[in-house]
Design a protein around this ligand. Structure first.
Ligand code: PDD
Length: 287
């Protein structure tokens, strides 16, 4: 973890960083967050994350704590003070601090803002992508507004832990119709036997991944056929390739689902190509 965190207007030692016990994020998960991948100390996909942050806050009637420009300055200053080049930036905005009561505070309160930076190992990430990873499926048990990026992530935490215990890197939620919704912290993709790239269309039941959006652009530019539609677990298991995307994973090829090989059990050419095209394009557009 980085040594410095930003908490409500101050840069403080990470070890001393603290929020109030009546922060509504802490008590009710009444808070949203964003995670930016970093490349060379710069923010990847900056605008997409700000747009989604504003949308998540708007859906919950929480004010933007400051302008995009001011927030960018805070994120970049936190990165600079931590001297981290490759990593993840975490931003959390809660409704603020008020005596515990389910309803919103009667008079306006200032949103609480926290920023932390974590180092990642790009060499280890490349090795992981080259080997591919497994996913474990789990019944969808989250609330109906997964399009809002709230910190209420308990089902995701439990799914990810179950995946880890099964030796898998990610969990895929399967809804009541047998359709894949998304991963615990990523969006799910397959490549069909016809070479069509498929990812679920965005509704209230998945997060509109910023990496997903950028990758769709990258795939369009590469003239890959795309279908944004639901796909079943059965279809995923018989797909030629599978992978998932997110700010943390970037793009990781899936080589097995519930222990059964996908395709020939190795990272496929489409996933491998899209990973490098995505990284190239995200690096070029980072600020
Ligand atoms: N998670 N779906 C879920 C449930 C997620 O939590 C995430 C990201 C994504 C991918 O979104 P994006 O491409 O914008 O990162 C999809 C972050 C990385 C996290 O919780 O750490």
């Amino acid at each position: 973890m980085g040594r410095i965190a930003y908490v409500n207007g101050a840069y403080v030692r990470h070890a001393d960083a603290a929020v109030h016990i009546e922060d509504r994020g802490y008590q009710f998960a009444d808070a949203v967050y964003e995670v930016w991948a970093m490349s060379g100390g710069r923010l990847c996909d900056p605008e997409g994350h700000f747009t989604r942050l504003e949308r998540s806050l708007g859906e919950l009637s929480i004010d933007m704590p400051m302008t995009r420009a001011a927030l960018t300055t805070v994120l970049k200053e936190t990165i600079r003070r931590n001297r981290i080049r490759d990593g993840l930036v975490y931003l959390q905005v809660s409704r603020g601090v008020a005596p515990r009561d389910h309803v919103f505070p009667a008079s306006p309160i200032a949103p609480a803002v926290v920023v932390t930076v974590k180092r990642t190992d790009p060499v280890a990430a490349e090795a992981r992508a080259a080997a591919g990873v497994g996913v474990l499926t789990t019944p969808e048990n989250r609330w109906g507004r997964c399009d809002i990026k709230t910190v209420g992530l308990l089902p995701n935490v439990l799914a990810k832990q179950a995946a880890k215990e099964a030796g898998a890197a990610e969990a895929w939620f399967i809804d009541a119709d047998g359709l894949v919704t998304e991963g615990a912290s990523s969006n799910a993709w397959i490549v069909t036997s016809e070479g069509v790239l498929v990812t679920r269309d965005t509704g209230a039941n998945i997060l509109r991944g910023v990496t997903r959006e950028t990758l769709l652009e990258v795939a369009r530019t590469a003239n890959i056929r795309i279908e944004e539609r639901a796909f079943s677990l059965t279809e995923a298991c018989s797909a030629r390739e599978a992978f998932f995307t997110g700010a943390g994973a970037l793009l990781l090829p899936v080589v097995s689902i519930d222990g059964r090989a996908v395709g020939d059990g190795r990272p496929g050419p489409v996933a491998t190509r899209l990973r490098s095209l995505y990284i190239e394009s995200a690096r070029a557009a980072a600020i």
